[in-house]
Design a protein around this ligand. Structure first.
Ligand code: XMP
Length: 511
């Protein structure tokens, strides 16, 4: 399949460029900025995009690509820092300007030959974010567009297929940005728009069949979440009964969740080994208050159970995992915040002596692409829109020791929160909503009786990717309704609080 490659110089927008191209059906991957030309060529890119980045080309430690890429005969589009690299490499001059530009600017298009083809407007709004600018252009380069403060906001060397943009075409604030990326990828680089979730399914089924030997079997742990369910659905289609799914009920699930997961897999025609291990987990968690310790115990217990299942139902040669693209990217510059989050969230690995090869069929997909794939594979809609739920389950939402009493309160109160949000048409608009319970208690009066009950905290947040999150400004009447139901219906709760902390500094889940 034709491919465009983004070389990542540390911009917050590198993945956004990649996603924009995939949205117009051009397959794209993000690679580290310093990949050697030989390795880059083995990827057969039709075009290269140099991302932006926080560095200045004239600073000593500025990240540089393999210089040979500039003369490899592959079309290049430099964006922001990438644009400055291009100009600098070919002998132009970059200078720190006294007119730094941040935010929207009017882009006056001077040349509509290739990069601005099919754009009718003479002026478009573009998104700028830079302090450096190209002062002198290299020979062979022409100005294609300018802004009132940037004389060379878009430049190009038509003969060599080299282009530079000072602004960011990938952000929504740039009008016609997608057209510009389309022109670079499809017209200049001649990359055919072949990427779709249908084509992804077809290719990955064929790859899975090639990878898994005739006599080999795959073990896949499912949680009922979108990623592992999609992996299972894809593998089932590719290798049928050579797939063995395992669902472990650790007793830390939401209300009725174990039944929902079992029913889901029955509906999809995928057999699952159901392991009910709630007592085992609760026993191990007894008396443990420290959140890190709780996560560790849960991870270890999971691994032990998988080993038992693998021994009993094996032999298996493969382990399937629902790793997604942002988790695997190792950006040459940024290291990727996703990597740090992942270690914090990882539920623990399997021992090496099991000797299982790992297959990660979704490792090239973004979350929204997983959702589309899931939908094409027949995963029910309810699951596609379900809020994320942590691997260690309610242990993360219970502060301090996990006890049956706290599990009951957290489960019941969370169900009330979810139901009321659904009724008020809020559930689909927010990232996550749940109830937290800890050891704090407060005095209340029920009927004529003085009671001493738990304090429940409701956490409702808006977020795009869970990296940052803000508390949702729910209507007070809705909060009141939820609070009343919880104190009336959930036994031993005296107070209900609403969490108004944002991430960072607060995380979404408290433990
Ligand atoms: P935090 O607590 O880091 O949560 O603000 C961010 C998002 O990740 C989910 N989360 C987890 N997911 N294993 C997971 O698979 C975990 O251990 C875990 N902890 C948090 C959380 O639900 C939120 O959506």
């Amino acid at each position: 399949m034709d491919k465009i490659v983004v070389l990542d110089f540390g911009s917050q927008y590198s993945h956004l460029i990649c996603r924009r191209l995939r949205e117009i059906n051009v397959y794209c991957e993000v690679l580290p900025y310093n990949i050697p030309l030989s390795e880059l060529k083995s990827n057969h890119p039709k075009g290269i995009i140099l991302s932006g980045g926080p560095a200045s080309v004239y600073s000593e430690k500025s990240p540089r690509p393999d210089n040979k890429i500039f003369d490899a005969g592959i079309p290049i589009l430099g964006i922001c820092y990438g644009h400055q690299l291009l100009v600098d490499h070919f002998g132009g001059k970059i200078k720190r300007t006294d007119r730094r530009e941040y935010g929207r600017a009017d882009l006056i298009i001077e040349n509509k030959l290739d990069l601005f083809k099919n754009i009718d407007n003479e002026v478009i709004k573009c998104w700028m974010s830079h302090g450096d600018a190209a002062e002198v252009l290299p020979t062979g380069f022409k100005i294609l567009a300018h802004t009132p403060s940037s004389s060379s906001a878009a430049v190009g060397n038509y003969q060599k297929g080299l282009y530079g943009l000072q602004f960011h075409p990938e952000v929504v604030h740039t009008e016609k940005g997608v057209e510009i990326l389309k022109n670079f990828s499809q017209i200049i680089s001649k990359a055919k728009p072949e990427w779709s979730m249908e084509s992804f399914i077809e290719i990955s089924i064929s790859n899975i069949r090639k990878a898994i030997g005739k006599e080999e079997r795959v073990l896949c742990a499912v949680s009922g979440g979108i990623d592992s369910t999609t992996v299972a659905a894809l593998l089932k289609k590719a290798i049928g009964d050579k797939l063995c799914c395992v669902f472990v009920n650790h007793g830390l699930l939401r209300k009725n969740e174990e039944k929902k997961v079992v029913d889901l897999f029955k509906y999809m025609g995928i057999e699952v080994i159901y392991v009910n291990a709630d007592k085992r987990f609760l026993e191990k968690l007894g008396g443990v208050k420290d959140p890190e310790k709780k996560r560790f115990i849960i991870g270890e217990e999971f691994a032990d159970i998988f080993v038992e299942v693998a021994k009993k139902n094996g032999p298996f040669q493969w382990l399937a995992q629902g790793t997604l693209y942002p988790d695997v990217i190792e950006s040459g510059v940024s290291g990727g915040p996703a990597a740090i989050i992942k270690t914090h969230h990882n539920v623990g690995g399997l021992p090496k002596w099991l000797n299982l090869k790992v297959i990660e069929p979704l490792s090239m997909l973004y979350k929204d692409e997983v959702r589309k794939t899931a939908s094409l594979l027949g995963v029910p809609h309810d699951l596609l829109i379900r809020h994320p739920f942590p691997g260690p389950g309610l242990a993360v939402r219970i502060i301090g020791e996990v006890t049956p009493e706290k599990l009951r309160i957290s489960r019941h109160a969370s169900e009330i929160v979810e139901t009321e949000l659904q009724k008020a048409d809020f559930y689909d608009k927010i990232w996550q909503a749940f109830a937290i319970v800890g050891d704090d208690k407060a005095v209340g009066v029920t009927g004529d009786e003085r009671t001493y009950g738990h304090i429940v905290t409701i956490r409702v947040v808006d977020s795009i990717d869970a990296m940052t999150a803000d508390w949702t400004r729910l209507p007070p009447e809705l909060i009141e309704r939820i609070s009343n139901r919880i104190t009336n219906e959930v036994e031993n709760v005296a107070w209900v609080c609403y969490a108004v902390s944002s991430k960072p500094p607060a995380t979404i889940e408290p433990q």
